[in-house]
Design a protein around this ligand. Structure first.
Ligand code: C2G
Length: 149
């Protein structure tokens, strides 16, 4: 019988008499870390017990945006993992592997900003998909432009 992983884990936890820990996953580049990034991570963490963050690799960013991030992936991972609301980080190497990442981390919830609204609904068969409103008036691109002026 094929049982979705979260239900199976609930069953095992219940049988052992332990509470199920709710895992939240989110993804992003988190380049030039700012308050918009912090706010989405805090709101994502508030949905459950553990927050794991997939940090987009430098190569993935180059493929998506045609430029490398200001801060390299190892530094972006260190900065995000130092935040109090984040429990763990991992490298997101491909957008196409999202389902694998969700299953590997036994995610109960996928949380993303609403600039991605609808783009991840296909994963609602394995977890809850939540979109949060983006924080207005702050973006990495605008910060870079301001520094350049
Ligand atoms: N964000 C936000 N408010 C802002 C800026 C960003 O809520 N003012 C959110 C985005 O909606 C996203 C997260 O912060 O959920 C990370 O944003 P980016 O670093 O811009 O992530 P992105 O390059 O869009 O990569 O697989 C998905 C990608 O990895 C997302």
């Amino acid at each position: 019988m094929s049982v979705p992983r979260c239900e199976y884990m609930d069953f095992v936890s219940d049988s052992l008499g332990c509470e199920h820990m709710t895992t939240i996953l989110t993804f992003g580049t988190f380049d030039v870390l700012h308050v918009g990034h912090l706010r989405i991570l805090e709101r994502a963490a508030s949905l459950g017990d553990r927050l794991a963050v997939g940090i987009s690799s430098d190569a993935l960013n180059f493929a998506k945006k045609g430029r490398l991030p200001v801060f390299p992936q190892n530094e972006r991972m260190r900065l995000v993992s130092a935040l109090r609301c984040v429990d763990s980080v991992f490298l997101e190497e491909s957008l196409a592997q999202k389902r694998d990442y969700l299953l590997q981390h036994a995610a109960d919830v996928l949380a993303m900003g609403d600039d991605w609204r609808g783009r991840f609904d296909e994963y609602s068969d394995i977890c809850r998909v939540v979109y949060f409103e983006r924080t207005p008036s702050v973006s990495t691109t605008e910060i870079i432009e301001k520094i350049r002026l």
